[in-house]
Design a protein around this ligand. Structure first.
Ligand code: AMP
Length: 217
């Protein structure tokens, strides 16, 4: 199964991508996580990416293409993947198409999670992530069992620097300009499935499975 999850920041892509990856037995490939990892490790790529990420704007396309291409060519992705956070603009969508085509592959479906803007701002502002394993929580809608501590690994939960309210609004603005056209790109190819992301996590998950199985084309 080769899936792409689209949606604005805070739509729940990470949560759903993780569940879908487990369901289909394929890796969850999240460009945001991979970039944060590079930043944390202090690599050259990480240093270049950090200045863009802190401002809430997109990292240059070629830089992201490189890390995605490397990851998708690993043996663990031979059975498929769930892509989360890529492609973010039409240029990246074309790059992905080209890179997959070179391997004789195409996407099975692209799921768009639709969520109203006010919900997105409050979700992102409440979001905390595990500094050790990257698991996502929300202090309002999806709190950890013990405050500040990851349910899964016990790691420390932190508020991402780019989840501050003004950066969230900036990321939403960037999203409107650059990422919305990606939806049209996939609609034109008959791959787009739109799912209401403003429902409880399990409901959204069920709707995605249904949409990927059947589809609104
Ligand atoms: P995310 O965790 O997906 O919200 O990504 C966090 C930040 O990483 C974004 O605000 C961008 O600066 C950067 N980023 C993640 N994925 C991409 C991408 N596909 N293209 C460009 N920048 C990206």
């Amino acid at each position: 199964m080769r899936l792409v999850l689209l949606g604005p920041p805070g739509a729940g892509k990470g949560t759903q991508a993780e569940k879908l990856a487990r369901h289909y037995g394929v890796p969850h490939v999240a460009t945001g996580d991979m970039l944060r990892d590079e930043v944390a490790k202090g690599t050259e790529l990480g240093k270049r990416a950090a200045e863009y990420m802190h401002q809430g704007v997109l990292v240059p396309d070629e830089l992201v293409r490189e890390i995605v291409r490397n990851r998708l060519s690993q043996p663990e992705c031979s059975r498929g993947f769930v892509l989360d956070g890529y492609p973010r603009n039409v240029k990246q969508a074309r790059m992905l198409e080209e890179d997959l085509c070179r391997q004789g592959l195409t996407l099975n479906a692209v799921v768009f999670l639709s969520v109203p803007t006010e919900v997105l701002v409050s979700r992102s502002s409440g979001r905390v992530v595990c500094s050790a394993c990257g698991a996502n929580y929300n202090v309002v809608t999806r709190p950890p069992r013990e405050s500040g501590k990851c349910d899964r690994c016990g790691g420390r939960l932190i508020h991402r620097q780019d989840d501050q309210e003004d950066t969230v609004r900036k990321r939403l603005e960037v999203y409107q300009q650059e990422s919305l056209p990606v939806r049209d790109f996939y609609a034109a190819r008959g791959l787009l499935r739109t799912v209401d992301g403003d429902q409880p996590v399990e409901e959204v998950f069920r709707s995605i499975l249904e949409a990927v199985g059947g589809g609104d084309g």
